[in-house]
Design a protein around this ligand. Structure first.
Ligand code: GAF
Length: 385
């Protein structure tokens, strides 16, 4: 297939009869570790994928936005009325309208624009295609309008587009990854302060590879279950009298759990508190250059998601178990859960064998074949030309 940036430019030329003023790219992400910790004010450690969404764009007069996407080969047009309040544009166009709405709501004078979108980030695989779209559009509009919005403030705005305009109650991880990640590094993000540290993550030098297995599991009730997990965490924090579960340290966990009568809330709290600690432990190992030692933390994260947070599904657990049995150093589901992808940290020479073992385990259980790819950490949103 043609390069994604070329497809965006070609789409722009076909749709609008001229060349774009520029092209902006933003990546999908995987989360190395730190799941469902972002909306608990905790820690996450995602890295950007070399799969990107590209917006080819140019200004147009007035408060008018026209967006074509190669995915549906549809054009969506909206104006000031549709971005006056959330929810007026629906479907994929809502992510674009949401960005315009959030910028205007924050007081920015958003330029009218024509956009053409192309993407290599698969939809529905838990690789954050929505944040990639938001980030590509946001950076395009910021540049076209010369808006005063530094990269550090962009994720919160893109998150508002998703939370308020689209109506999905996500945390800030995905938008931060799409905007702030750096090539060759994982992004250590404190979701309360939004401080970041770029942690070198040189798999190649360590003789390792990161295998991403797409479970191809249908997302079963993912939206409702995500919101339910969020409510449980908030209930747990309220019961413990802290602003967020991030405020419960690992050394206070046992005392905190003893104060919670509801076993389900106890399990949810235990996941978040231990997961925050696993992020900190992973960061410490990576800072010390001990990359292969993070494997057990990845696997422990998976067990916690499976048993305490209860967000895995049979296809995902099968992939993790098969990867570990075939020699992966660690494996875990990545992303919001109920489907999506599994990460397996493997020796470079073992990547194919581990992928084959997962495929064989799927066949044995009668699941549709999984997809797989090995990835290296890539950079965040950027202007291409
Ligand atoms: C989804 C959300 F969008 C993120 O904010 C995060 O909560 C993640 O699930 C779970 O870690 O990707």
């Amino acid at each position: 297939m043609t390069d994604v940036a070329e497809r965006a430019a070609a789409g722009f030329r076909t749709r609008y009869g001229e060349s774009p003023a520029g092209r902006w790219a933003a990546p999908g992400r995987v989360n190395l570790i730190g799941e469902h910790t972002d909306y608990n004010d905790g820690f996450v450690l995602p890295f950007a994928l070399p799969l990107r969404t590209v917006a080819a764009a140019a200004g147009q007069d007035g408060a008018r936005w026209t967006v074509w996407s190669e995915l549906s080969d549809e054009t969506v047009t909206f104006g000031a009325d549709e971005v006056a309040e959330p929810g007026r544009v629906t479907g994929w166009g809502a992510y674009v309208a949401g960005v315009v709405w959030a910028l205007r709501d924050a007081g920015h004078d958003v330029p009218g624009a024509r956009l053409a979108i192309a993407s290599d980030v698969p939809l529905g695989a838990g690789l954050s295609s929505s944040a990639a779209l938001e980030a590509a559009v946001l950076t395009a509009l910021v540049d076209l309008g010369g808006l005063d919005l530094p990269a550090g403030r962009q994720p919160r705005l893109a998150q508002r587009a998703e939370n308020v305009y689209v109506g999905a109650p996500t945390g800030i991880m995905d938008q931060s990854a799409a905007i702030r990640c750096r090539d060759g590094h994982a992004l250590f993000l404190d979701c309360r302060t939004e401080e970041v540290e770029h942690i070198p993550f040189d798999l190649h030098a360590a003789g390792l590879a990161m295998l991403v297995v797409d479970s191809h599991a249908p997302h079963r009730h993912a939206d409702g279950e995500y919101a339910a997990r969020r409510r449980s965490c908030e209930a747990g924090a309220a019961r413990l009298g802290v602003p967020a579960l991030r405020d419960v340290g690992i050394d206070q966990l046992d005392t905190a759990l003893a104060r919670l009568d509801d076993p389900e809330t106890r399990r949810r709290v235990r996941h978040v508190v231990t997961e925050d600690q696993r992020v900190l432990d992973t960061v410490a190992l990576l800072r010390a250059g001990r990359v292969r030692e993070i494997g057990p933390l990845l696997t422990a994260s998976h067990v916690s998601m499976r048993d305490d947070f209860e967000i895995t599904v049979p296809e995902i657990d099968t992939a993790v178990e098969a990867a570990l049995a075939a020699g992966a150093l660690g494996a875990r589901m990545t992303g919001g859960g109920f489907g999506g992808c599994v990460l397996a940290l493997v020796e470079v020479h073992a990547a194919e064998a581990v992928a084959d073992a997962v495929t064989a385990a799927y066949a044995e259980k009668g699941f549709p074949a999984p997809g797989h790819v090995t990835v290296l950490p890539a950079g965040g949103a950027t202007r291409l030309d």
